[in-house]
Write a protein that binds this ligand. Sequence first.
Ligand code: ADP
Length: 432
Amino acid sequence: MSLPEAWRGELVAVGFVTVLLIALGLGTDYLVPFLWGGLTLYLGWHLYQLFRFTRWLNKPKTHPRPHAIGVWQPLMLRVDQLSGRGQKRKRKLSRMLSGFLESTGALPDATVVLNDEGRLDWWNSVASEFLGLDRKLHKGALIDDLITDPVFLSYLHAGQYSRPLHMPAPVNDNISLEVRIVPYGKGKRLLQARDITRLHQLEIVRRDFVANVSHEIRTPLTVVHGYVETMQESSETFGGPWKRIIDQMRIQTLRMQRIVDDLLLLSRLETRGSNEGQGVVGIYPLLCGVLEAAQQLSDDKHHIITLDADERLRLVGNAHELESAFANLAYNAVRYTPAGGTIAIRWWLSGNGPCFSVTDSGIGISPEHLPRLTERFYRVDVGRSRESGGTGLGLAIVKHVLTRHDAHLLVESEPGKGSVFTCRFPHSRVAS
Ligand code: ADP
C-alpha cells in the first residue's frame, strides 16, 4: 500500500468512527463524553505507535519492529527499503575498502597515512615492519614521537619534499630506507619508505673501491713522478729523443696525480658527515687566494681577472671545501678562455641568498651539454680538457661541495661568447 492510499484509508476510518461516536452520543445524550473518549483513545494509540517506532529506530537490534497498521504500514516499509539500500551501500564500500587495503598491504614499500596534525591514521604491514609500528599502540600517535631521528625530523618539518631522504630504519640500523613524503588533500601527507639496503651496500662498495684504488696508486705514483723529475734534471745527458719522452712522462704522471687527488677528495666529500669541519668562513680572504692562484695559472695568457666581493658577507660552511669549489670554477674559466679574455669573480648577497659567480668570455658550452656537466669525467671536448690539464672531476667536486652546503649550481653559457657559473646559497647559511 502506498502512503497516499494509506492516508485515504486512515481518513475514511477516522470519519467512520467519528460518525459512529456522534450517533451513539446523540442516541444516549452523551455526545461530548463519547467524542472526547474516542478521540483520546485514537490519539493515545498513535502516540504509543510513535513511541515504539522511535524506540525501534534508535536501537533496532534490542527492540522489536512495531506491528504496523494503517498509516504506519507504508511508513515502516519505506524505512525498511531505505535501511536495506544503506546496508547495500555499506557492504559495497567495505568491499572496496578491504580491496584497497589488501592491495596497499601487498605493496613492497611501507605506506603511512598522516593526518593534518601529523598523527598516524593508517599504515600497511611493511610499515609496521620497517618503522616498528604497532596497530594497538600507535594509532593516532604523532609521527615525531615514533621516528626521532633528527635528520628525519628536520626533513619532515622543512616541508621540501621534492627530494627523498636516505636514513637507517628506526628498528634496525642495517636496513637503509629511502623515505618520500607526498602531501595530499587538506594538510594530509603520505609517507612512503623503500628498502634500498642492497643499493646502499653497492654504493658503499663502489665508493670504497674507488677510494682504495686511488689510495693504493698514490704512493707508487709519487715515487715514479719523483724519479721522472730526477731524470728530467739530467735529461740532456740522455740525448736524442729522450728529453721529449721524459717531459711527456712528467706531464702524464702529474696528470695522474691530479686525477688521484680529485678522486680522493670526492670520496672524502661522499663519506664525511655533512656538518664536519663547518664553521664561520670569511669568503673574501679565501677569494683573494683564489684570485692569485688563477692569475698564476693564466700566466702568459694575460687574462683580465677581476674580483668584486662583499668583504663583510661570511658563510657558515667548510672553508677547505668552499675554497676547492670556488677555485675549480675559477681555474675552469682560465682554462677555457682564450688569451686576453676577461674573467670576473663575484661574491654578493642577492635577494635569493648569498651568491658566488665566475663569468668568463671564453669558448662557452652548447646547451645539450649543460645537464651532464657535473657528471664525473664528463667533458665537452676530451682533447681540450686533457690539453689544459683538466681531470674531468672539477664540476663533480663543485656539485658535491654545494650539496653539502644546501646550495646549487646554475650554469648559463653560449658557445663562442662565454659562461657564467653561479653558486647560490640559502639565506640560512649567512653568518651573522
Ligand atoms: P675538466 O677537468 O675537464 O675541466 P670539469 O668537471 O671541471 O672537468 O668540467 C667539465 C667540462 O665542462 C669541461 O671538460 C669543459 O668541457 C666544460 N667546462 C667547464 N667549465 C667551463 C668554462 N668556464 N667554459 C667552457 N667550458 C667549461
